[in-house]
Write a protein that binds this ligand. Structure first.
Ligand code: EPZ
Length: 442
């Protein structure tokens, strides 16, 4: 009979104040891999994706695609996908509700099959996460879309069962909506223009992936994307870009522990705003070549950050940066403009001695001389990363619970940090045993 303790999830135990050194390898980008997996539905031939990270979210997306009839074969960081026999039955709600990114399948399914049903992804810890911009884009391209009992029913009007190119203006440069519309447009009849498009590097990675299958896309990475539809796409073998958010998170691990570390592969231009802010705080960020950066630590000075769509400061780095600001000299103002509920890490950082006051979507962070280790609870993916970073710098032991959030988006973060010299391990609370098997989630 298992006791209550044995049912408990493992936790991360961090002995703070270790100095890090050396080089760490950055994995493939989660927010690119997920949408590229959906994009493979556009093609009815073999697609090979390389440099895929091992993440819970990637595993869930694999399950969702398999439920739709897609054939998948994972071999290390390689994923072979064949969507030739894609079905029309919808992905099971219990899978979709755990992975919002599963909504990315709606554009490719509509473009391939002319009709589809996709459960409406719910909200999550950081916000309501509506999909109205995705839906309005597909409607502009000639799809009849209605939502019934939490399921989005979409079908292409008219006998031709083919989406029509359209001119679409996005009220907000939504990453997901840009990706949904761009994917659907690759097989539409005629030209689609997306105005006020998102400019994140993952958009360009998706465009490069689609072009490698024969799609005709221009302007990705700018505010206006033009897609000329083609009849069919062909197979490809494509490597996912490095994860800029993992890289940013590890840069902060160096800065917050006053350690010199190197990261590769990284595309510095994907992190320009984060690098600029780190430099403003005192550390040096040295570009050691086309895909390698090195952090040289320095005493930390306060700075203000406001999250914005790319090329602005990324919302996915806000929590991690706030952990760093808690230990900087002076006061910083952190403004979260992208998601409505993305300051939930503040309460846990306060438990570690941080001096933070929140009013609406603005946090005032006053630097303190040190943080104290404490048991803390992760609430969402990037909040969990922020708590790990705070634990690396804190005096004493920090125990991070809620690792399911961390494992969604970081490929063996604790293994990477341990390799740099951090003193942390994942333990099963009940038996206090080293749970090495937990360090790989896939
Ligand atoms: C992507 O989410 C990322 N996820 C997020 O990363 C990231 O934070 C976000 O882009 C912003 O960069 C993936 O790529 C899988 P949005 P997405 O559409 O596409 C509103 C992480 O931590 N909006 O740009 O959902 C929305 O509510 C995750 O890795 C609408 O109003 O982001 C939000 O306020 C978290 N209607 C804002 O736009 C819509 O139809 C930005 O959302 C769509 C979005």
């Amino acid at each position: 009979m298992t006791t209550h303790l044995e049912e408990q999830q493992p936790v991360l135990k961090i002995q703070g104040q270790a100095t890090l050194k050396g080089e760490v390898t950055i994995s493939g980008a989660k927010n690119s891999a997920l949408v590229l997996m959906a994009g493979a539905i556009l093609c009815s031939e073999d697609c090979r994706l390389r440099n895929l990270p091992s993440l819970a979210d990637i595993h869930r997306m694999t399950q969702i695609l398999a439920a739709l009839g897609v054939k998948l074969q994972r071999n290390g960081d390689i994923l072979d996908i064949n969507a030739q026999h894609i079905g029309q039955d919808q992905a099971p709600y219990e899978l979709v509700s755990q992975l919002r990114a599963s909504f990315f399948v709606i554009g490719p399914l509509l473009a391939r099959l002319g009709m589809t049903r996709v459960p409406l992804p719910g909200g999550c810890a950081i916000g309501a996460r509506p999909v109205d911009l995705h839906v309005r884009g597909l409607q502009a391209m000639g799809a009849d879309v209605r939502i019934e009992h939490g399921v989005v029913h979409a079908c292409v009007k008219g006998s031709r069962q083919r989406l029509q190119g359209a001119k679409i203006y996005l009220d907000y440069p939504s990453v997901g909506a840009t990706e949904t519309i761009m994917m659907a447009a690759t097989l539409a009849e005629g030209e689609t223009i997306i105005e006020n498009a998102a400019q994140e590097p993952e958009i360009t990675d998706l465009a490069n992936f689609c072009r490698s299958m024969g799609a005709k896309i221009k302007g990705d990475g700018s505010k206006t994307i033009i897609v000329s539809g083609v009849e069919k796409l062909h197979s490809t073998d494509y490597s996912v870009i490095p994860d800029r958010i993992e890289a940013g998170t590890l840069l902060i691990a160096g800065a917050i522990t006053q350690s010199e570390i190197s990261l590769a592969p990284v595309f510095p231009e994907h992190l320009a705003s984060v690098i600029a802010k780190l430099r403003a705080m005192g550390p040096q960020v040295v570009i050691d070549g086309p895909d390698r950066i090195r952090l040289v630590p320095a005493p930390l000075k306060a700075t203000d950050i406001e999250t914005l769509p790319f090329p602005g400061f990324p919302t996915d780095m806000q929590a991690q940066f706030m952990a760093l600001l808690t230990l900087s000299e002076g006061s910083s103002i952190v403004t979260e403009t992208v998601f409505e509920n993305r300051l939930r890490h503040v309460a846990e950082l306060q438990r570690m001695g941080a001096d933070i006051r929140v009013k609406g979507n603005v946090a005032l962070v006053r630097g303190v001389p040190f943080l104290s280790g404490a048991p803390v609870m992760a609430t969402d993916l990037r909040a969990s990363a922020a708590l790990v970073l705070a634990g690396l710098a804190a005096k004493g032991t920090t125990v991070v619970q809620g690792l399911q959030h961390l494992d969604r988006g970081y490929d063996n973060l604790e293994g990477k940090l341990r390799k740099l010299g951090a003193n942390l391990r994942r333990v099963n609370v009940a038996s206090e045993q080293e749970s090495a098997e937990y360090s790989r989630v896939n």
